[in-house]
Design a protein. Structure first.
Length: 136
């Protein structure tokens, strides 16, 4: 399956959006313990909801799939695909299952590690797709 030219041009932007989504999730995870008490006063208590985690996770997964997978079809680097899968699995497990299976204490570490893997993968993917563009 070939990646069309328009999608090739769009992939770096999608990678950038994936990086932003993962970084937002990281900030959300790291800041929550410190600002939890302030959220109700600021009208932002929804940010600590399970639904907020799900929405962020879905955006993160969507950006990974639409940016990394089509680029993989072009650069064929299995490490990128493997890292995407590991990062996505950690984010999905952290957001949807960790609290109910392992306990709340495991949710944040899984999300942080998964998002860091995805940020690095998007970053590498972006450089590989640019390299592939120069090679052809």
């Amino acid at each position: 399956m070939a990646v069309n030219k328009e999608l090739q041009k769009l992939i770096p932007s999608l990678d950038n959006l994936g990086i932003v989504a993962s970084v937002i999730c990281l900030i959300h995870c790291m800041a929550m313990p410190f600002i939890l008490a302030l959220l109700p006063f600021m009208g932002l208590s929804f940010l600590d909801s399970e639904e907020a985690h799900w929405v962020l996770a879905l955006f993160i997964i969507a950006f990974a799939l639409v940016a990394i997978f089509p680029a993989y079809l072009k650069h064929k680097r299995p490490g990128i695909l493997s890292a995407m899968i590991v990062g996505m699995l950690l984010v999905v497990f952290g957001a949807f299952f960790a609290e109910h299976t392992l306990g709340h204490a495991y949710e944040m570490p899984l999300l942080v590690v998964g998002n860091l893997i995805l940020v690095a993968t998007h970053w590498r993917n972006r450089s590989l797709i640019k390299c592939c563009d120069h090679d052809h």
